[in-house]
Design a protein around this ligand. Sequence first.
Ligand SMILES: [Fe+2]
Length: 368
Amino acid sequence: MKKYFLPVKIIFGEKSYQKLFSELEGAGVKKPLLICGSHFVSSFKYKDFEEKVPVFEVFTGVEPNPSTSTVDRAASLLNSSQCDAVVGIGGGSVLDAAKVVACMHGFKKSCESFYRKPPHRKNRVPFFAVPTTSGSGSEATRYSVLTRSDGSKKTLRHDLFYARVAIVDPELTYSMPPEVTAATGIDAFCQSVEAYWAKTATPQTDAFAAEAIGLAYHSIFKAVNDPDKQARQNMSLASLCAAQAFSNTGTTACHQVSYPLTRHFGLVHGFAVAITLQWFLGFYSEKGGKAGEKCLEICRLIGAKTIAEGREKLIGLLSSIGAPTKLREIGCRPEDFQKIVAVCLEERPQNPRKHTKEDIERMLAEIC
Ligand SMILES: [Fe+2]
């Protein structure tokens, strides 16, 4: 039996940002907490927000790879200013933080406690998600990846983290610089590939993932190097479709391996995920069966006839957008491998093939 669940009202398209205000009104929101990037505050869209939302509070302190303490600070503001909703406008970090804040109304403890005990409905206010990048897909998922007080990145998952409304307006992504377009866009691409080969894939997630793989593969170079409206719109839709897939399947080993690469070498999330993607395409295809078939289908979606050709195309894609393809490019050397391996051994049930310590060591040696 296969289940698909995504309880988010999704509004997609140019100018859809304007729908945010009628959605807030329709939900009876009196005073939202706006969580956004600091640059958003100086934009025309912010002026629009000021004009159309008479009373609100704003929090701009979300850092990349947001920490649990940042989420706690935003939640304090939610409570001290008696806000009745959370609006997140930003990239994946902003949205990941905002969805957790929205579950902390009247909640006295730290969000770290959610790793032990899930959030409760009584502490939740409506959450409205408006992405300004094309990549994380956080607007349509129940995941929030936070950095804990010990420095590790760990995912919180709960249905209460789903947004009430996600507004995906490609116009909001037009001002993204090339590095951000590349890093977020390749995250969307990887998330769609990982959703496609995941053991938890369903016919619904396959349809969304296949759409996202094709759109992102064929549009990311243009979106990074010579962006036009069409390329931006394609990436925006690819990111959303990827989210509609991996929200249900989860991501696989590439995401798990990415966390220590970001933590120890400062590699931006999307690039940290992408650097192992071609290796795992080979690894998951090696044993044939269902996983092997899925890997071959992924290759076909990017115009490759064989796994070897698919791996070459993935390496070419990364190079074409300025992403590293070898660990040595990020300063990671064989003597660093042990601190990576330990974190990678946590097995995700959706991984299409189990990996051992030796597999991870082989992978690191091969992409060094
Ligand atoms: Fe990701």
